[in-house]
Design a protein around this ligand. Structure first.
Ligand code: 1GP
Length: 233
């Protein structure tokens, strides 16, 4: 039976940061620099909408040598399941109407995931328009929620928690031009009592703080660290 250890950490009454690693862009040398520069991060998320290299296990193993922080798979699809990580965000793309990403992949990989022993954190994944098409909207073949319609995001989050999902992730998409608005974070947070993860396009400490102040429990930083490792100074 998988544990509940990482989810327990998500539920702490404290603001936390996850560093997102794209295994296609990581190598063992750059990873060392990244981990040193992000020593204050609370979690490492790893995965992506589209992976062209078959190296997620290698990068997870390298990461585990470099840090004792939890390594959590943030999968674009079931092929990214790897039992060397500590947990997986089992994403259901509840803002979309693509059955494959609502339940299809989950069924296909259910037994493999069960046998992996990974801690499973079922997560309602809500894609919000980030101002430009992103890999996640293209690859998932779903329409993001308009960023000026936080009430749709809130209703979607309520439905997700009513279905028993243990986390909500508001996603603007990697490299988004427009981050999730504080209005949206605020409105969603007011409606749920599970951890709220926010990510996509966040590039500054001010944006991280604004997301926290609006109600995000965990902020995810990916792209920005490829350009500027000082965000965690
Ligand atoms: C993307 O939310 C994450 O899935 C992080 O986005 O790479 O833009 O930080 P960035």
């Amino acid at each position: 039976m998988a544990s509940n250890n990482i989810y327990h950490l998500f539920k702490q009454d404290k603001k936390q940061i996850a560093t997102l690693i794209d295994p296609d862009k990581a190598d063992v040398i750059s990873l060392k620099k990244l981990v040193e520069a992000t020593a204050s991060a609370d979690f490492y998320f790893i995965g992506g909408s589209l992976l062209n290299e078959d190296n997620i296990e290698k990068i997870i193993l390298a990461l585990k040598q470099l840090t004792s922080k939890p390594v959590i798979i943030f999968p674009g699809n079931g092929m990214q399941i790897c039992d060397k990580a500590d947990a997986i965000l089992l994403l259901s793309l509840i803002s979309g109407r693509n059955p494959e990403l609502l339940i299809g992949q989950h069924v296909q990989f259910a037994s493999i995931l069960k046998n992996s022993g990974l801690e499973i954190i079922s997560t309602g994944y809500i894609l919000i328009d980030g101002g430009k098409p992103t890999s996640v909207s293209y690859i998932s073949n779903t329409t993001p929620i308009p960023n000026n319609k936080p009430e749709i995001a809130a209703a979607t989050a309520i439905a997700g928690t009513q279905l028993g999902l243990k986390c909500i992730y508001l996603e603007a998409g990697s490299g988004a031009e427009i981050v999730i608005s504080t209005d949206c974070i605020n409105m969603v947070k007011a409606q749920i009592d599970v951890p709220l993860i926010v990510g996509g396009g966040i590039k500054s400490k001010a944006q991280i703080q604004a997301a926290f102040n609006a109600g995000a429990d965990i902020v995810v930083i990916g792209n920005a660290l490829e350009k500027d490792l000082s965000l965690f100074d």
